[in-house]
Design a protein around this ligand. Structure first.
Ligand code: TRP
Ligand code: MN
Length: 474
C-alpha cells in the first residue's frame, strides 16, 4: 500500500543505500511501520513555534552533536557528556545573550552520512564507503561494508534508547539550573572552565535569591530538549511517518527537527518531496554555490504558505566564501517575505587536511565564519537566529586551535571521529562564550525584546495623590 507521503518514490533519490535483498528491506520497513513513534506531534508543533520565535529574534537556537553517531558510542556516558556540554553551552548563551535558547541535539538518529565517493580504496582493495551505522559498518571488509537493511531496525532501537535517556536528563532533574556547577565536573581545569565556574556562581546566587524571595519556577527545573538528524534514508524516514490523530496530518516521528543536506537539497528530488509532506520543522543546508533561485524554489516546495518556524536555512559557506555567498541569499529571503530561520553551520565549509594526514578544522576559522554570519545579517537587516556545531562532550583532539592551542601534532593524541572532526568540551564552551557576546550585540540592535512580558507602565504607580503623604505606600 502506498501512503500519501510516498510520492517521493517517483522522484530522483540521491545517496541511498544499495540493498541487495528487497524482500528483506520490505520486512524491515513493515516492522518499522508498526513501531511506536519516537517523537510526538505536540512536541514537533511546539518546536516549530520556537523556531518561529527565533526567526523573529526572540530566542536563539543551539544545535549540537556528533557528525555521525555510532551504535557503539551511544552509551549512557557518552550521551551524558554530550547533554552536559550542550546544557553548559545553553546556559552560557542564555545568560550572555539574555534570550531563551532553543536546545536541539544532533542526536538520537544521526546515524547516516552521504559520502563524496560511494567507494573507498585502500591499497589494491576497493570497497563501498562507510555510510554510517544505519547502513553498514566502519570496518574495512567486504562483509562489514555491505548495505544491510536490518541496520535500520538497530537505528530505530538506538534512537529510542538514546531519546529515553535524554528525556530523563531533560525532565528528571539533571537539567535543573541548580546543578549549573555540577555540569562542569569531570572536565580539565583551564581558563574556559574557570570562566564557566564564575558564571555558574552568578547563576547560582541568582537562583538562591529567587528561592529566598519565594519564587519557585518549574522552568528552572527542566528543559525542552529536541532531537534532530539529517533525513537521509528515505525508507527509514518514510516508514516512521505517521498520521497524527488530532490533526489528521503526517509527521515524521523519527526526530523533532529534520534537515536536508547540501548534497540532497535538489528542489525536485526525493528528499525535498518527502519532507514537503510532513509537518516537522525542516532545515536545509546551503553551501556557497546556492543561489537566490534555490532559495525561492526551496521555499515554494517546503514552505509555500510562509508558516513561521517551518523552514530553517543552515548556512555552511566557509569562512572565505561567506562574505560573497551569503548576502544575496539573505536578500532573496528578505524580498520573498516568507519567514525563515537562519542558522550558522560554521563547521562544514571549513574542513582542511593536515600534513600528517588528518581531516581537521581550525577553531579561528570556525569563529571567523560565525562572526561574518552575524555581521552580514546586521548589514542586510535579517536575523541571525542560531548556531549548528559538531561537538562531543569528551576531551578529544580533532579540531586545531582554541585556547588550548591544539596543533597538528596534538591531533595524534585523541582523534576518535569516524567522519568529521568535532569540537571538544572546552572548544564548545569557548564558542558559546563568544557567540553569546555576538548574540547579545545583535539583540541590543533589535527593537522587539526577548520575551519580556508586557511591562507595568511606570505611571501606574502614581495611584495616590502625591501632595498628601497619607496616600503613600512607602
Ligand atoms: N527551562 C529554562 C530553559 O530551558 C531554564 C533552564 C533550566 C536552563 N535548566 C537549564 C537553561 C539548563 C539552560 C540550561 O531555558
Ligand atoms: Mn559532518
Amino acid at each position: 500500500m502506498t501512503r500519501p507521503w510516498e510520492t517521493w518514490r517517483a522522484a530522483v533519490a540521491r545517496h541511498q543505500p544499495d540493498y541487495q535483498d528487497s524482500v528483506e528491506l520490505n520486512e524491515v520497513v513493515s516492522t518499522l511501520q508498526h513501531r511506536p513513534p519516537l517523537v510526538f506531534a505536540g512536541e514537533v508543533d511546539h518546536l516549530r513555534k520556537e523556531l518561529g520565535r527565533a526567526g523573529r529574534h526572540e530566542s536563539f537556537v543551539l544545535i549540537g552533536g556528533d557528525c555521525a553517531e555510532t551504535f557503539a558510542e551511544s552509551t549512557a556516558n557518552q550521551l551524558r557528556l554530550k547533554i552536559q556540554t550542550l546544557l553548559q553551552m545553553a546556559v552560557v548563551l542564555t545568560y550572555g545573550s539574555s534570550m531563551p535558547v532553543v536546545k536541539i541535539g544532533r542526536i538520537a538518529g544521526q546515524y547516516a552520512k552521504p559520502r563524496s565517493s560511494p567507494f573507498e580504496s585502500r591499497g589494491e582493495e576497493v570497497l563501498p564507503s562507510y555510510l554510517g551505522d544505519a547502513v553498514n559498518s566502519f570496518e574495512f571488509t567486504a562483509e562489514s561494508r555491505l548495505h544491510d537493511p536490518k541496520r535500520l531496525l538497530d537505528t530505530y532501537n538506538a534512537s529510542a534508547a538514546s531519546l529515553n535517556l535524554i528525556r530523563a536528563f531533560a525532565k528528571g532533574g539533571y537539567a535543573d539550573l541548580r546543578r549549573v556547577h555540577e555540569w562542569n565536573r569531570g572536565f580539565a581545569a583551564n581558563p574556559v572552565f574557570a570562566r564557566y565556574e564564575q558564571l555558574a556562581q552568578e547563576i547560582h546566587r541568582a537562583v538562591r535569591f529567587m528561592e529566598a524571595a519565594g519564587a519557585d519556577f518549574d522552568s528552572l527545573r527542566q528543559v525542552d530538549f529536541y532531537s534532530s538528524h539529517e533525513a537521509l534514508l528515505l525508507e527509514y524516514e518514510s516508514a516512521l511517518t505517521r498520521i497524527d490523530s488530532r490533526t489528521g496530518l503526517p509527521y515524521d516521528t523519527s526526530g523533532h527537527f529534520l534537515w536536508i543536506g547540501e548534497r540532497t537539497r535538489d528542489a525536485d528530488g526525493a528528499h525535498v518531496e518527502l519532507l514537503s509532506q510532513v509537518r516537522n520543522p525542516i532545515g536545509v543546508k546551503l553551501g556557497p554555490t546556492s543561489t537566490a533561485e534555490d532559495i525561492k524554489r526551496l521555499t515554494d516546495r517546503l514552505n509555500p504558505q510562509g508558516e513561521e518556524g517551518r523552514l530553517t536555512f543552515m548556512a555552511r559557506m566557509g569562512a572565505e566564501e561567506i562574505g560573497s555567498a551569503l548576502p544575496p541569499l539573505l536578500e532573496a529571503t528578505k524580498s520573498d517575505g516568507r519567514p525563515v530561520t537562519w542558522i550558522s553551520d560554521p563547521m562544514h565549509g571549513n574542513t582542511i587536511s593536515t600534513a600528517n594526514g588528518f581531516k581537521t578544522r581550525d577553531f579561528d576559522t570556525i569563529m571567523s565564519e560565525v562572526r561574518s554570519f552575524f555581521d552580514i545579517h546586521d548589514a542586510v537587516g535579517t536575523v541571525p537566529a542560531g548556531l549548528h556545531v559538531e561537538l562531543t562532550g569528551a576531551d578529544v583532539t580533532e579540531v586545531i586551535g582554541g585556547s588550548e592551542g591544539l596543533d597538528d601534532l596534538a591531533l595524534e593524541q585523541r582523534y576518535e571521529s569516524l567522519v568529521d572532526p568535532r569540537l571538544n568540551h572546552q572548544q564548545s564552551l569557548e564558542i558559546a562564550f563568544q557567540v553569546a557576546e555576538m548574540a547579545a550585540r545583535a539583540n541590543e540592535g533589535q527593537t522587539s525584546q526577548a520575551s519580556s512580558p508586557d511591562a507595568f507602565a511606570v505611571d501606574d504607580w502614581h495611584l495616590f495623590d502625591t501632595s498628601s503623604q497619607a496616600g503613600r505606600l512607602l
